[in-house]
Design a protein around this ligand. Structure first.
Ligand code: C2E
Ligand code: CA
Ligand code: CA
Length: 594
């Protein structure tokens, strides 16, 4: 054969091989989830349906990651992705017998396996989660559904997920089985969803009012509107039952728009007939913010009824700031510019990271006493820190869930003025509330003068952090090990550290106290990288994460995850927070493999 021909032949062969390779790649991507390298949803459904044809008892297990959005917000999406990858790989490797595994949505894995493997696999799940390369404890929420041959796999998964939702965020229970009682609950929910629209037009959703009181005199400074569903047969249904459902199916936007309009109407009617009013707050659901133009709706309402926006207070839950932080930060700023009063509801409920909070502007912080007291004993310290910081900034703090005299005494002692809780009033019907504020002596006008005062300045949380008025307890709780550096003329100076930081320093034998600068133990390249990253943080105003290895003279090696973010610029110096997580045990292995 002439040379040219051989050449051509080998070229064609190479092209064919390439084509084959790309075909395989394409096939692979069609069937698998690129990020975790296990089956994607449709492949999982198909392979499971095939498996279920065998004469064996199978079950479906769905595994969700508790607080996954919190992990993404705190450590960054890259770490979030790595966690998904880690979990998928380890869960897959721990399967015994004939089994199928896939990722069926953002942070939900589904597994189909033989029933007799259930016990051991559950143990594996907990072990894998516990050993995840993350400084915080990773917890699964697990739903199990017995597999039926003739039911679509998508239904089986939905049922397993329904079971797991019933225990999501439950501190004590992490596994739920889809049984008759869960099925009953599901049907009940479906029934409620089916009749919601009709119930709204029949006027079954009623506004209840819960006063907010000045603890110095017990007078009413405002009220929160809370919805109640008066069902003709079932009686009163609480929002805790139906709000989460409506948030899932989108009906919440309709309901909230209705509640907001009724509230503005109420204000209008009272003002028009010369009766007393107080500012009224309404709740804004996080899904409202994603799915509708909240700004347009609210400004439209106050314009339609010609009501001063200062009378309408908007409660946005702190956890909403996590998922869509930028969107919500912008929205609340815009609403405040228009004249609405914005409250951060459930402030300090645990999802907060200072990192996010430092960008939020709001008028009022609402703390929940119940949460803070049950979660840990440090609750009182946290309340105290937040109240101090509020006082320092001339800010309004409202404590919610106040039930007992001793709580009132404590709050008054530390200088908190406003409270909402059963101690003063339970949520009440509109007529009862109108009667209550009918008497002008029952109203506390101080808060309103305060909010309309020109000297009044909305809370800027970055200022709090800069002055370190957020109590160290709060810092410990939210951030772990922390060091504050100032940075000027390309030099870093350690300013302050917290207890947890000191613990790491001592633990690793780096020094005797927390004044030791961990950066000195890192090699020159890593030190440079830290400086570069600080510049990046300054320029782009986003937190930057990095992994640093630390090698001691005795050759022992530790791994740290370092997160840098700015706190403030003061006296022409920049101040940085550097949070440090010891990830030696888990991350070491993880990153070596990479
Ligand atoms: P939230 O906004 O944190 O409202 C405060 C909840 O705490 C209310 O429960 C209130 O009745 C309760 N509460 C107030 N003081 C005390 C107290 O001293 N002790 C105890 N044990 N509870 C107290 P409720 O009315 O059941 O509402 C639950 C949640 O449902 C609300 O929590 C809010 O997130 C949501 N919600 C209520 N109404 C609406 C609404 O119209 N729209 C939206 N999107 N969500 C709503
Ligand atoms: Ca609220
Ligand atoms: Ca609340």
């Amino acid at each position: 054969m002439p040379d040219e021909e051989t050449d051509l032949c080998s070229q064609i062969k190479a092209l064919k091989e390439q084509l084959e390779y790309h075909k395989k790649q394409l096939e692979y991507h069609k069937e698998n989830d690129v990020l975790t390298q296990i089956y994607n949803k449709s492949t999982f459904y198909r392979k499971t349906a095939e498996l279920l044809q065998k004469r064996v008892n199978y079950i479906i297990i769905c595994i969700d990651i508790e607080k996954f959005s919190f992990i993404n917000a705190l450590y960054g999406n890259k770490i979030g992705d790595e966690i998904l990858h880690y979990l998928a790989g380890h869960l897959k490797n721990s399967l015994e017998g004939e089994a199928v595994i896939g990722r069926i949505s953002g942070d939900i894995f589904a597994v189909c396996l033989e029933e007799r493997q259930q016990k051991i696999f559950l143990e594996n799940i907990f072990a894998i989660f516990a050993e995840a390369p993350l400084p915080m404890k990773l917890v699964p929420a697990i739903g199990i559904c017995p597999a039926e041959k003739n039911t679509a796999v998508s239904f089986l998964c939905d049922w397993a997920i329904f079971a797991l939702r019933s225990i999501k965020r439950n501190y004590f229970q992490h596994v739920a089985v889809f049984n008759d009682s869960v099925r009953g609950k599901m049907l009940e929910e479906q029934e409620l969803l089916g009749i919601a629209e009709q119930a709204l037009s029949d006027g079954e959703f009623k506004l209840y009012f819960q006063p907010k009181c000045n603890m110095n005199n017990g007078k009413i400074a405002g009220a929160e509107v809370l919805v109640r569903w008066w069902h003709p047969k079932k009686g009163m249904i609480m929002p805790g039952v139906f709000i989460p459902l409506f948030e899932k199916n989108g009906f919440i936007e309709k309901l909230d728009t209705h509640i907001w309009e009724k509230t503005v109407q109420w204000l209008k009617t009272r003002i028009a007939s010369g009766e007393n009013v107080v500012p009224i707050s309404v709740n804004i659901s996080r899904t409202d913010i994603t799915n509708m133009d909240v700004y347009l709706v609210l400004t439209g309402l106050v314009e339609k009824y010609a009501v001063n926006p200062q009378l309408l207070e908007l409660e946005i839950t702190e956890s909403a700031y996590i998922d869509k932080s930028e969107e919500i930060i912008n929205l609340s700023a815009k609403l405040m510019d228009y004249g609405f009063i914005v409250l951060i509801d459930d402030f300090g409920s645990g999802y907060s990271s200072l990192n996010i909070l430092k960008d939020i502007k709001a008028n009022i912080l609402k703390l929940d006493m119940r949460f803070l007291e049950t979660e840990n004993k440090k609750g009182k310290d946290i309340i105290q820190s937040v109240v101090y910081m509020g006082r320092w900034l001339n800010m309004i703090i409202i404590t919610e869930g106040v039930e007992k005299q001793e709580q009132v005494d404590f709050l008054r002692k530390i200088g908190c003025t406003y409270a909402q809780g059963f101690f003063y009033h339970r949520p009440m019907e509109q007529s009862a509330f109108e009667e209550l504020i009918g008497n002008p002596k029952s109203i506390d006008y101080a808060i309103n003068n305060y909010l309309s005062d020109d000297n009044y300045m909305p809370i800027d949380i970055s200022a709090l952090i800069q002055e370190n008025v957020l109590g160290s307890q709060l810092l410990e709780k939210i951030m772990g090990a922390l060091a504050i550096y100032s940075y000027k003329d390309d030099k870093l100076h350690l300013q302050q550290t917290n207890e947890e930081y000191g613990r790491i320093i001592q633990d690793k034998g780096l020094g005797k106290n927390a004044e030791t600068d961990i950066i000195h133990f890192l090699d020159k390249r890593t030190q440079e990288k830290i400086k570069q990253n600080m510049k990046k943080v300054l320029l782009e105003n986003v937190p930057v994460d990095m992994i640093a290895a630390l090698e001691k003279r005795d050759k022992s090696r530790y791994w740290f995850k370092i997160r840098l973010f700015t706190v403030a610029e003061l006296y022409r110096r920049s101040f940085f927070y550097m949070s440090i997580f010891d990830v030696t045990e888990s991350m070491g292995k993880f990153f070596d493999n990479d």
